[in-house]
Design a protein around this ligand. Structure first.
Ligand code: SF4
Length: 405
């Protein structure tokens, strides 16, 4: 299932299309000094490897703009220069060959300067993101609205759009970021009604994990599920590699991008668990992440419900009676001693990656399904069948009718 997307204009940031039905892209930002081109490139490569399609770097000094000139020919992804206050640095970044600019209307307020930058971007054929931020909103708008409310953010963005219109520049995407999630969501909804330019989503200054992650998901996913949003960034106070991973993961979980990473699922554990699910799932997750396999893997605490509940998983592991039951698409294919089950899971994941699901199903141990069924029945005898709902309903109804009688 996918969500119907709001139709927007299309633009290109380097070789990445944004808007107009293009896949939603993931952005992140470096934390290095841009003038240190080597350190910045190292981080850009790490971000690209973690799922970033576009990376932003700050351009706050002439040396940073010179750094961009060194970075551009060697970067694996398009680069956006972040400009605050000094419009001349925007011109310098364009000269350095940058793929796009981000301007904050709250701190470049001179109309002539804004138009000069837009004209230069037009000549260079690069887009500009109008990046409105609740924390640095134009003072006049703050006075007019009494605070950084959604109407104020949208008016700031549309004012900038108007300046761009005057010089015939339309290669624009817009963000109206707020650190308050409901305000952020409302700002983007208003903006989506006001314009068909592509939108860059983000909850600004979201903070460290886990709160920052929760805020980012709450705001970004809400809007994506309404079809709003063409490119996203999580603003987390942590290693930016986490931002890229999180952004990519969110889009994959929402079905907006193809799976390229591990989707690890595990039961939350309960009184039926035959093993320490938290420990085993943690170990399996870490080892599988290192392999970088794009598959869904499940770790379930018991064989009674595990294979059935995780039958969609490419590969799964369920514990029971001192053994690990490996299953592929819900079919138990191998039973191993409990002490070896994580190793066996990893080995099977590699084999599925190399040989494919059908080949691994064909190579299943003939006795595995039978052994799993034995363990299941044994556990049911000990613990009872959690799924015998009908029987229990009848028993409850009988007790009630006996009492009425
Ligand atoms: S799979 Fe088993 S252990 Fe895990 S939550 Fe379900 S019933 Fe409990």
């Amino acid at each position: 299932m996918t969500y119907e997307r709001r139709m927007t204009r299309k633009l290109r940031v380097g070789d990445i299309e944004v808007g107009g039905g293009a896949p939603v892209s993931v952005q992140s930002m470096t934390t290095t000094k841009t003038e240190d081109a080597e350190a910045t490139l190292t981080q850009i490569y790490a971000l690209a490897g973690a799922g970033a399609d576009i990376v932003r770097v700050t351009c706050n000094t002439v040396e940073a703009a010179q750094g961009i000139a060194v970075i551009m020919p060697r970067s694996p992804v398009p680069i956006v220069a972040d400009i605050h206050f000094q419009y001349r640095l925007a011109l310098a970044a364009i000269e350095a060959g940058v793929s796009a600019l981000r301007l904050n209307p709250g701190n470049i307020r001179n109309e002539t300067h804004i138009k000069t930058v837009a004209t230069a971007a037009k000549e260079a054929g690069i887009p500009i993101r109008i990046g409105v931020n609740a924390g640095s909103l134009d003072k006049d708008l703050l006075d007019k609205y009494g605070g950084p409310i959604p109407d104020a953010l949208v008016e700031s963005a549309m004012q900038e759009v108007e300046y761009f219109d005057h010089v015939g520049f339309h290669d624009v995407k817009i963000s109206v970021k707020h650190s308050n999630v409901p305000m952020m969501v409302e700002s983007y909804r208003l903006l989506a009604d006001a314009t068909d330019y592509p939108l860059h989503l983000g909850v600004t200054e979201a903070g460290p994990l886990p709160g920052g992650l929760i805020k980012g998901v709450a705001g970004i996913a809400t809007l994506l599920n309404e079809g709003i949003g063409d490119t996203i960034r999580f603003s987390l106070t942590t290693d930016p590699v986490e931002e890229a991973k999180t952004g990519r993961g969110l889009l994959e979980y929402l079905g907006l991008r193809e799976r390229t990473t591990l989707d690890f699922i595990a039961c939350p554990s309960c009184g039926r668990a035959e093993v320490d699910v938290i420990k085993i799932a943690g170990e399996a997750n870490d080892r599988l992440e290192e392999l970088g396999l794009a598959m869904q893997v499940a770790v379930m605490g018991c064989v009674v419900n595990g294979p059935g509940e995780a039958r969609e998983a490419d590969l799964g592991l369920a514990a029971g009676r001192g053994r690990g039951h490996l299953f592929i698409k819900g079919e138990v294919v191998r039973v191993v001693p409990e002490a070896e089950m994580v190793d066996a899971l990893i080995a099977e994941a590699k084999l599925i990656d190399e040989e494919g699901t059908e080949a691994r199903l064909a190579a299943a141990d003939v006795s595995a399904a039978e052994l799993a069924q034995e363990a299941r029945l044994e556990l049911l005898t000990i613990q009872g069948d959690v799924n015998r709902a009908e029987e229990r309903r009848t028993a409850v109804a009988k007790v009630a009718s006996d009492r009425d009688g």
